[in-house]
Design a protein around this ligand. Sequence first.
Ligand SMILES: Nc1ncnc2c1ncn2[C@@H]1O[C@H](COP(=O)(O)OP(=O)(O)OP(=O)(O)O)[C@@H](O)[C@H]1O
Length: 347
Amino acid sequence: MTPRHDEDPLDPHGHLDEQAVDGALRPPSLEEFGGQPRVSAQLGLVLAAAQHRGAVPDHVLLSGPPGLGKTTLAMIIAHELGVPLRISSGPAIQHAGDLAAILSGLTEGEVFFLDEIHRMSRPAEEMLYLAMEDFRVDVIVGKGPGATEIPLEIPRFTLVGATTRAGLLPGPLRDRFGFTGQLDYYDAADLVRIVQRSASLLKVALDDASAQVIASRSRGTPRIANRLLRRVRDYALIHASGRITPPVASAALDLYEVDELGLDRLDRAVLESLCVRFGGGPVGLGTLAMSVGEEVETVEEVAEPFLIRQGFLMRTPRGRVATSRAWAHLGLTVPASRVDLFTDPDA
Ligand SMILES: Nc1ncnc2c1ncn2[C@@H]1O[C@H](COP(=O)(O)OP(=O)(O)OP(=O)(O)O)[C@@H](O)[C@H]1O
């Protein structure tokens, strides 16, 4: 049987993979960017004032967990300013020369989006200080004692740096950003609107109650909301004649092991390991990550912030510790040896 691609209006010929569909769902303007009202309003003002003065806006730092819209905001900034966008990432810039090549190739007023800015090499970072402040880079020509620095003027640009770990940025780099937007997890009402917008772009009928089922399991993250919507759409297509209802949405998400609070396999593996294997901790992050077969960064940047926010896990100087809520969520009883930890002495 020939596969049918015509189900997807964003992908009529079947050329777009899932990531491309994700990109197609990105809101193009601040007005369409749902949620984050504080960051949106502050950023809007920075851009409007710069445009009013006819100046290139200050550099912008966006921080927050993955999937909350940092790349989307960088694209929106360029779009609102009507300038081109150049994209790179910290790990891709290992030598100062890589950065010099990018910066000298920018056009006047261009937005330069540098993702994972905390993972840039030290020499590149130092070059960036100068570029951000004086719109100049010092290119080193030659080697050893005969090496000379040649100053090179670069066009004025707006750097949009993104990081999941603002705390890892050296002070001098952080200080050179004129505006810092701290993105936080989205509340359910915002996610409902985001998922409804995506559903309408995908030409999928989605009632309020079903949108709420998806939003409540999306860990406060638009990228996850869009992904779950696509999984629910698939499930409805195969099992419910394409009709999404709250029970259909719940059944789909159960199948994909996303529970009612939005915890996925990795989150539960981390909690289970912490509670069962390590008796609730404290346990070091490296050991915890190894016990679930994941990279330290993944556990630290993807699972942990959400588990902490949900009150399942605490970071302590001696390691990660489970809360009583973690045992309860796993359907386990807090071991007798831990009970006193969670008992309020004044109760
Ligand atoms: N405020 C929003 N409104 C609507 N959709 C959004 C919003 N924020 C993010 N999205 C959607 O979520 C997806 C992920 O967003 P984005 O790639 O900007 O996240 P990110 O913070 O840059 O993630 P990472 O740190 O992993 O690069 C995008 O495809 C976009 O469609």
